[in-house]
Design a protein around this ligand. Structure first.
Ligand code: C2G
Length: 134
C-alpha cells in the first residue's frame, strides 16, 4: 500500500484544500493528514477560526482522507514518515523546496496551489462584508 502524507491547518475548508487533498490521494492508496494543532498554529502565527477538534472532524469526513494525526511542531515530519511508513510527502508549491530534506526518507512532491482562494481571503472578504452590512 502506497502511503501519502500532507500537513496543514485546513481552516475554513475550501476547494483549494480539497484539490490538494484529492490530488495527494491520487498519488497513492492511503492519505494521512497531519493537522496543525491550535497550539502549533500560534507558533505558525496563525489563528484558526475552527478548533483542532472541529477541523479534524471535517477532514475525517472527506472520503479520500484516511487518517488525521496532530501536527504539533515543525520537526516531527521525519519521525512521522518513518513511523507511518510514508512513501510520498506532498505539499502545495507555496512550500516548494522547504521540505526537500525529506527526500532521504520518501518522495517529496509540491503540487500547484489553487489560484484565487485562501482562508485569509475568505476571512478578509467576510470581514469586509460584515462592515458593509453595518
Ligand atoms: N493550498 C492549496 N491551494 C490553496 C490554499 C492552500 O493548494 N488555494 C494548500 C497549501 O499549499 C497546503 C495545504 O493546502 O499544502 C494546506 O494549507 P494551509 O492550511 O494554509 O496549511 P499551512 O498553513 O501552509 O501549513 O508543516 C506544514 C504546515 O503545517 C503547512
Amino acid at each position: 500500500m502506497k502511503k501519502v502524507i500532507t500537513y496543514g491547518t485546513f481552516d475554513l475548508l475550501h476547494w483549494g484544500h480539497i484539490n490538494l487533498l484529492s490530488r495527494s490521494k491520487e498519488l497513492g492508496d492511503h492519505l494521512t493528514v497531519a493537522l496543525s494543532t491550535d497550539e502549533f498554529n500560534s507558533i505558525k502565527n496563525k489563528k484558526a477560526f475552527h478548533s483542532y477538534e472541529n477541523r479534524k472532524l471535517i477532514l475525517e469526513s472527506i472520503r479520500f482522507v484516511d487518517n488525521v494525526i496532530p501536527e504539533s511542531n515543525w520537526d516531527q515530519k521525519i519521525e512521522d514518515v518513518l513511523n507511518y511508513n510514508i512513501d510520498v510527502f506532498v505539499m502545495g508549491d507555496d512550500w516548494k523546496g522547504k521540505f526537500n530534506y525529506l527526500e532521504d526518507y520518501c518522495q517529496v512532491i509540491y503540487l500547484p496551489r489553487t489560484a484565487s482562494i485562501s482562508t485569509t481571503k475568505i476571512k478578509k472578504e467576510l470581514g469586509l462584508l460584515a462592515i458593509s452590512n453595518v
